[in-house]
Design a protein. Structure first.
Length: 496
């Protein structure tokens, strides 16, 4: 398992190293040395002979000056471009020690490889004036661009200011940064490599990889049966039947022993005889459709009675309103057997009815699976606020309501308020209606097998993302739909 860190967590690690006796200039020398080694290696790989370091006046610029000095001492054709007149103390010392070619304005000469050392993590607003001009120069240069630490112009949340360096590679110092994984960072950092400088950041986000997920799919004993692997209930309504059926299809691929479909009857509260007969006919038709689509599922009508499966998923296609709120209240007050996965309209109903506090009344483990807009409605925060601090806001919500949050985006954040993970698998092929329904069903099925909510969320997000990647490899990024992705879930598991 790898870990990723916020800018603040890396700065705290730097501070601890300094307080423990490692002077800041020594850390800068280590960073510059590691940067020089990595840049020279990339120059050999790309068969280029010259490199330009574009340096700012902060410690990121200092790392660049150190690397440029070391490469110049080795006879490499190296130059530095620096337009600032303001330097941090350590950067000023590093600049003083550099004796090579130094440009005080943007050169006419073209370089095959350029290293961005303007800001790194030291940015809090959009680049302006000379810094903006330097970023535009690098982006338009046609050179292979390496960013030192993070591409200049990228915020700690992964949201890019304008302009922002579009790096082909990022050599990140001291630890992997959340900014390189989230939002725009995933598209702007290119290939990433961590440069070790001997600091030890703490409290990072978990990055689950194949070996971590594989542990949750041990070889099964021959002396076992369907009851050995738990049961999951997909709770459907007559509003949009396709969504819960997608969830059921994914649950069937999860390894759970039973997948049950519970459907709310549209005729329960109807007193008109003619209308009642019509609704009963519709209910039976829905039942027949479910049975035809997934004959392996057990089917029954739900009238508020207790459910005893090891996991329940609800909200997919449920509709928003009082009927959904009533079911939520029943589930949160009476379901005690396992884990409740709340998706889509279950979350929209909590938001519309201003009823998020119902989550505090739960008698079971709860996982909520909002995308950014659903989480915005649920928390009362704007989408922009959430994107500016997805990990912090998700953690605070998870702690306040005692739930596990699966905050879906191009990189999904998973947290139970104590542990946090960022899922890195996925493809634009998943940017289709129904992908969230597939996740909800597979997640519920994974919980039904006895996996804890946080770990089940990490496993399920990894495998759904991998299924999306496999679908894109075979069908392209445009064509796969949610049903196709379900078909790739077994290959996703086998890829472990």
């Amino acid at each position: 398992m790898r870990y990723s860190y916020s800018f603040e967590e890396i700065r705290e690690a730097d501070g601890r190293a300094v307080r423990a006796g490692t002077p800041a200039p020594v850390l800068m020398e280590r960073a510059g040395s590691a940067l020089a080694e990595a840049v020279q290696r990339k120059m050999r790989e790309r068969a280029v002979s010259d490199v330009l370091f574009v340096c700012g006046g902060g410690n990121n610029g200092g790392d660049g000056f150190v690397a440029a000095r070391l490469l110049a001492e080795r006879g490499v054709d190296v130059a530095v471009l620096c337009l600032t007149g303001k330097f941090s103390h350590d950067c000023a010392e590093a600049a003083k020690n550099y004796k090579g070619v130094l440009f005080g304005r943007i050169p006419r000469r073209r370089f095959a490889l350029i290293v961005d050392c303007i800001f790194g993590t030291g940015i809090s607003r959009a680049p302006e004036k000379d810094a903006a001009a330097l970023i535009s120069y690098m982006n338009d240069s046609g050179a292979y661009l390496i960013a030192c630490d993070v591409p200049s112009g990228l915020s700690g949340s992964g949201i890019a200011f304008s302009p922002c360096v579009r790096a082909d590679m990022t050599l990140t110092v001291g630890g992997l940064k959340n900014a390189l994984l989230l939002a725009d960072g995933a598209d702007l950092c290119g290939e990433t490599e961590v440069l070790d400088i001997g600091i030890s950041p703490e409290n990072g986000a978990e990055i689950w990889e194949a070996e971590d997920v594989k542990k949750f799919f041990p070889k099964r004993k021959s002396h076992s049966h369907k009851g050995s692997y738990g049961s999951v209930a997909i709770l459907a309504t007559c509003n949009i039947l396709g969504a819960p059926l997608l969830s059921a299809g994914a649950a069937l691929k999860s390894g759970a022993g039973y997948t049950d479909i519970y459907m709310t009857s549209s005729s329960v509260s109807c007193g008109d005889a003619a209308k009642l007969a019509a609704l009963q006919t519709a209910d039976e038709l829905h039942r027949a459709l479910c049975a035809a689509k997934y004959p392996a599922c057990l089917f029954s009508f739900y009238c508020g009675e207790p459910i005893f499966t090891e996991a329940v998923a609800f909200g997919m296609g449920a509709g928003v309103g009082e009927a959904t709120r009533t079911i939520l209240e029943e589930l949160l007050s009476s379901y005690r057997s396992g884990t409740l996965v709340l998706d889509a309209d279950a979350l929209n109903t909590l938001a519309l009815c201003n009823a998020a506090d119902l989550l505090k009344e739960k008698k079971c483990s709860v996982i909520v699976t909002p995308h950014i807009k659903e989480f915005s409605r649920l928390t009362g925060r704007t989408a922009e606020e959430i994107l500016s601090d997805p990990i912090g806001i998700a953690k605070r919500f998870a702690k306040e309501y005692g739930v596990t949050v699966v905050l879906k985006n191009n990189r999904t954040v998973i947290t139970d308020g104590v542990r946090t993970a960022i899922n890195l698998t996925g493809s634009p092929a998943l940017a289709k209606g129904g992908s969230g329904d597939v996740l909800a069903g597979f997640l519920a099925g994974t919980c039904a097998r006895g996996v804890s909510p946080f770990e089940a969320a990490c496993v399920s997000c990894y495998l759904l993302g991998r299924a999306g990647e496999l679908a894109a490899e075979e069908m392209g990024e445009y064509s796969p739909d949610a049903t196709d992705v379900i078909g790739f879930l077994p290959k996703s598991i086998l890829s472990l």
